[in-house]
Write a protein that binds this ligand. Sequence first.
Ligand SMILES: [Zn+2]
Length: 136
Amino acid sequence: MGTFDFLKELQGKVLDAATYQLLERNFKMQSENNRLLQENNDLLQQRIESLVQEIEQLKDENKRLRQEQLNTNSDLFYEIEGLIWKKRSEGGYESKPRCPICSNRPTLHQFPPGGKMHWCCSSCDATFDYAGPPEL
Ligand SMILES: [Zn+2]
């Protein structure tokens, strides 16, 4: 039974001392309960604000790391006439280019096999004009 229903029931009645004391105690407990709920609400609000701030920091960091990764990759890969060539750690470039469309940069294969007409991607089926590795 809610407080309002309880009060409606009491309307027009004479209260004895014991009922009055019970009511008074009940209201004090409810008031205390409301205070605790408000405290809890304030704590949750602070926590939300802190988490929102943390999310913003992580977004910034993620953006920075993506940019860093892109820069690192551009040191590793070299694009010429629409083909991506990966630099070898010992110098020069790999003998086959990487797919400029697929984000995981799979190695392309020659088509027809062994012929120097096209480079093909097995992942996305894209076809490119043949070109040899860039000059050093
Ligand atoms: Zn591809």
